[in-house]
Design a protein around this ligand. Sequence first.
Ligand SMILES: Cc1cc2nc3c(=O)[nH]c(=O)nc-3n(C[C@H](O)[C@H](O)[C@H](O)COP(=O)(O)O)c2cc1C
Ligand SMILES: [Fe+2]
Ligand SMILES: [Fe+2]
Length: 383
Amino acid sequence: MEISNDIIWIGASNNKQKIFESQYNIKNGMSYNSYVIKDEKNAILDTVDEGVTELWLKKLDETLNGEELDYLIVSHMEPDHAYNIGLLAKKYPNMKIVGNQFTFNILSNFFDIDIEARKIVVQEGDTLNLGTHTLQFFMAPMVHWPEVMVTYEQTEKILFTADAFGKFGSLEIEDDWITEARRYYIGIVGKYGMQVQALLNKAKTLDIKMICPLHGPILKENSAYYIDKYNKWSSYEPEEEGTLIAVSSIYGNTLDAANVLAEMLKEKGEKNVIVCDLTKDDWAEAVANAFRFPKLILAASSYNAGVFPPMEQFLNRLKERNYQKRKVGIIENGSWAPSAGRTMKNILGEMKDIGIIEPMVTIKSRLKEENMAQMTELVRKIR
Ligand SMILES: Cc1cc2nc3c(=O)[nH]c(=O)nc-3n(C[C@H](O)[C@H](O)[C@H](O)COP(=O)(O)O)c2cc1C
Ligand SMILES: [Fe+2]
Ligand SMILES: [Fe+2]
């Protein structure tokens, strides 16, 4: 990836990786970015994940071509970026490490490095001059770790954003930026909307020509588009019209009812109706789509006087990410004493600003003619 004469991307993709942070499926692998700035003083911005060490190191050697590495800027201590700090410290005994107070607390947990001899502690707005380039640091606490900071290069007007504006997927495989960026953001950072808003407010004061994240492509144009998406996600506003129908069904009868509802909604002109089977489909995409739309329908079987567990887990994942400001409809199914609806309402009650769309539809074992009046009324309310 081309950046400029003096700023060189030395990242790499792991195409074999199937799962990220031990819980997110990544069918297209994952990319880890790292950047070198060549100047009177040479600096590197972050290292990479263990899995791509070799290729990264080769690129680093080629880029420095025997020159000294003066500074390592650590924007995030999570191992997918910080794994190789120990290796760099060994390779470059004179290299200073630039971070904030929290960076060095965490760094000392992970590595046996003489931190006192190497550390340069920066605070909000501090600068580091490399020659013709000047780096300015802005703190982004809890986006999504406490030590996160972003770096603005003043001469070329590039913002290095740490995990922000990143996505799942290797760089070699073309996919839809928005789908994988949304799944990444909502999954990993979704809980920290307020902190992301604080960061976006700082970004507003900068003239940004290019966004360089730690995952995914470098965003060279139209930064307003990406910032707008982040603004919506972090303020918990829906992105566009639409309804997600999330289904947790044991034998398939509740899933049938959900599909009937989806058809009824489409007939009434509702665009973007997505049915998601929580027992099979990607959970992080389901969670991301719940945030994407203003309306969510939950359809679930009853289970031991509660709700069939995939639904409970889905709702807990929404809650964990501060899901709020949405309209939610409910279809419950039970063969003797339906309990799914009550259980789902209880979990929804622990979230902020959730409006229940009445009526709740109660099915006994399978959808029947007698349920259709309630189904029709639910569709009318959703539309
Ligand atoms: C382990 C287990 C526990 C269940 N517990 C309840 C229950 O507490 N109340 C109830 O009405 N039905 C209960 N059911 C029955 C299902 O909820 C019911 O058959 C429902 O119609 C299944 O819908 P589905 O075809 O979408 O899975 C239970 C089923 C299983 C397998
Ligand atoms: Fe991270
Ligand atoms: Fe990361």
